[in-house]
Ligand binder design. Structure first.
Ligand code: GLN
Length: 247
């Protein structure tokens, strides 16, 4: 299959509500790494009050944010719960949720003060705020990548715990990850990934970005294409600069 025959549609969920620490850089990384390979790409945004068209998109992204914005995003997500489940479970579309967005893909987020926010339960995880915030650089390992090391930045008070329906996305080497106790970072179910890692994550971890792109192409076209190698000197520099950096 030729690259020119491929078209990937990316859906950015609630960019006005959840977009902190440059999270939208993840969407730019996905988009540009497709364009640089002459693969057609379309980016749509879904805002409060709008419906998700589950038939249209191949990759969905939701970022992190403050607790206040998370309340609004939580209510909006409920309205699109059925469409998101169709996309993620029936179509096996790729999802990436960061921090607050990750928490809302789980069953619930209980802030330290205030009401519990219902998540949509796409990821079999739940989150309860602890007394301290975890703030710092993270080095983790994703076992499904050739170059396993992932770098990112975490800032959250939520402590996330995985139930049996979700597997850890990564293993923490430096930093706290899901809860600071069990060394797990993020969660995965099918092609749905949630993580606490801002950074933004994908520009600094190009292999992970390409992995998500490959999953989306495989799911849509049922075939494996070998992605053209890009010049990743700048991305690799940014990545290596953070590997092993003390918390
Ligand atoms: N409310 C969340 C927490 O502090 C989300 C933070 C974030 O998205 N950066 O745990």
């Amino acid at each position: 299959m030729e690259n020119s025959e491929i078209k990937i549609s990316i859906c950015h969920l609630y960019p006005d509500l959840l977009n902190i620490y440059g999270d939208m850089g993840n969407v730019l990384a996905l988009k540009n790494r497709l364009l640089w390979r002459d693969i057609e790409v379309e980016v749509s945004e879904v805002h409060a009050g709008e419906r998700v068209n589950y038939k249209k998109h191949d990759i969905y992204f939701i970022g992190g944010g403050q607790d206040q914005q998370q309340i609004a995003a939580a209510m909006e997500l409920q309205k699109n719960k059925d469409a998101i489940f169709k996309a993620a479970v029936d179509n096996e579309s790729v999802f990436l949720g960061i921090c607050g967005g990750y928490q809302l893909l789980g069953h619930y987020y209980q802030p330290y003060e205030g009401d519990k926010l219902s998540g949509i339960g796409l990821l079999d995880v739940y989150t309860e705020a602890g007394k301290t915030r975890f703030i710092g650089n993270v080095t983790a390992q994703a076992k499904f990548l050739k170059r396993k090391t992932i770098v990112g930045f975490e800032n959250h008070s939520g402590l996330t715990y995985l139930n049996s329906g979700a597997e850890p996305f990564m293993k923490v080497k430096i930093g706290n990850g899901n809860n600071g106790k069990d060394k797990s970072e993020g969660a995965r179910y099918k092609n749905v990934f949630g993580t606490y890692l801002h950074g933004p994550l994908l520009p600094k971890n190009p292999e992970l970005c390409d992995y998500l792109i490959s999953l989306a192409i495989r799911k849509k076209y049922g075939c494996e294409i070998s992605l053209l190698k890009l010049n990743d000197d700048i991305e690799t520099f940014a990545h290596k600069d953070r590997v092993g950096v003390k918390y």
